[in-house]
Design a protein around this ligand. Structure first.
Ligand code: UDP
Ligand code: MG
Length: 311
């Protein structure tokens, strides 16, 4: 008997929860009961609405269902991690609560898993109901990251994926605070493959990823997987020094070999301002990394669980 764990992060998902639970359990009930059993783990990521009560009621009614209740909102990537930490499956699937990732695809993922793949990620063929802005930024963002960093993060994927226990244990051994889960999973290697699917629009409710959270995810992705911004900082500094050197030669030449050296004030102001600006940019980039080092060095737990249900 193999246990399939399905982890669902939920943040203010009261409009979709019931439908999501129904579709997921209907899908998982199609698995051959001789061979598979399943657990459905809902992680309540500090919702301010009725989500928690719905999770509790579902745990009480269905023995397959378990719930984790965070002490506050820790974010999507951390919620996924908590669910994966506490799951006991031979394989674990991560899926969003909003039914944008069709539960049916899980069955295809399990088939691939049985063929011997360790990580099967969902690759989006179509994405319905997303703003043109989100589509465009997502598209170029992943291409940009792959250029910057040493790991190849598969294009057009999110966090919808199945992981074998072997790969999962390796992933869970990485306890970094700033987490970009899809990058980390790409980084561990193993036998990875994809299944294609059409991403649907949200069943109900609105996105829980406002621009601010998207930007935070993007900077975690870039800064956790690449030192290139630091290199850019020193490269820009280097170029600035060359420019400054040329400026010095010019100033000296004007002073020593010509009569009109007073107007040099303009050049002076320009170079002072330019160098000042560059220094601030470079400091800013370094500061981003230093901030992250500080965050990691505190070694805080990734999340705080208030209650567990059904475990
Ligand atoms: N989510 C979460 N914590 C957050 C934000 C989002 O657990 O702080 C969950 C959310 O409930 C959903 C999944 O992460 O199950 C993806 O969020 P959403 O669908 O809003 O993102 P989008 O599909 O718009 O990128
Ligand atoms: Mg969504």
């Amino acid at each position: 008997m193999k246990l399939i764990s399905v982890v669902v992060p939920c943040f203010n998902e009261q409009e979709v929860f019931a439908e999501s639970y129904k579709r997921l359990s209907d899908t998982l009930a199609q698995l051959d009961p001789q061979k598979y059993t399943y657990e459905l783990i809902f992680v309540n990521d500090g919702s301010k609405d009725n989500t928690l009560q719905q999770i509790q009621a579902t745990v009480a009614a269905d023995k397959h269902v378990k719930g984790i209740n965070f002490a506050r909102n820790f974010g999507h990537q951390i919620a996924i991690t908590a669910g994966l930490d506490l799951c006991t499956g031979d394989a674990a699937v991560v899926i969003d609560a909003d039914l944008q990732d069709p539960p049916q695809v899980i069955l295809e993922m399990i088939e691939k898993w049985e063929q011997g793949f360790d990580v099967i990620y969902g690759k989006r063929r179509e994405r319905a109901g997303e703003s043109a802005f989100k589509l465009l930024t997502a598209k170029y963002f992943y291409r940009f990251i792959n250029r910057l960093s040493d790991v190849d993060i598969p294009l057009d994927t999110g966090d919808f994926r199945l992981m074998d226990r072997k790969a999962l244990d390796q992933f869970l051994s990485m306890r970094e605070t700033y987490r970009f889960v899809r990058g980390m999973v790409a980084w561990i290697g193993f036998n990875q493959t994809s299944v294609e699917y059409d991403r649907e629009s949200r069943f109900a409710g609105t996105t829980k990823y406002p621009l601010k959270k998207m930007l935070r995810l993007a900077s975690d992705a870039i800064l956790s997987f690449s030192n290139t911004p630091l290199k850019i900082a020193s490269f820009v500094g280097f170029l600035a020094s060359i420019a400054a050197f040329v400026g010095i030669l010019y100033a000296l030449y004007m002073r020593l070999f010509t009569e009109n050296f007073v107007p040099g004030w303009t050049l002076l102001m320009i170079s002072v301002l330019m160098i000042g600006g560059l220094i601030l940019i470079v400091l800013g980039i370094i500061g981003e990394y230093v901030g992250r080092i500080y965050g990691e060095i505190k070694r805080r737990p990734l999340y705080i669980i208030r209650d567990k249900f059904g475990f």
